[in-house]
Design a protein around this ligand. Structure first.
Ligand SMILES: [Zn+2]
Length: 81
């Protein structure tokens, strides 16, 4: 059986060990990051990925939110007069 292995990092900082292997039949599924819930991958094929969590983000997203650049970008100043 052929297996492809590589690492994949989520935008939240969680790192996964990802393997791909041929399943007996086609599968329709998806994988969501266990740390932030974002969908990392969807598939509709017999070539099915498996994710194994290697490391989680060290900082708490909520406690660290004020220092994150993307959080600052989402802060929209009041437009109403
Ligand atoms: Zn994540």
């Amino acid at each position: 059986m052929v297996v492809i292995e590589k690492q994949r990092q989520c935008r939240c900082g969680a790192v996964y060990h990802r393997t791909e292997a041929m399943a007996p039949s086609r599968e329709i599924d998806s994988f969501e990051c266990v740390a932030c819930g974002v969908t990392l991958e969807k598939w509709d094929t017999a070539w099915v990925p498996t994710y194994r969590l290697i490391s989680v983000p060290s900082a708490e997203p909520d406690a660290d939110g004020a220092r994150r650049p993307d959080a600052a970008c989402k802060t929209i100043p009041p437009q109403r007069s």
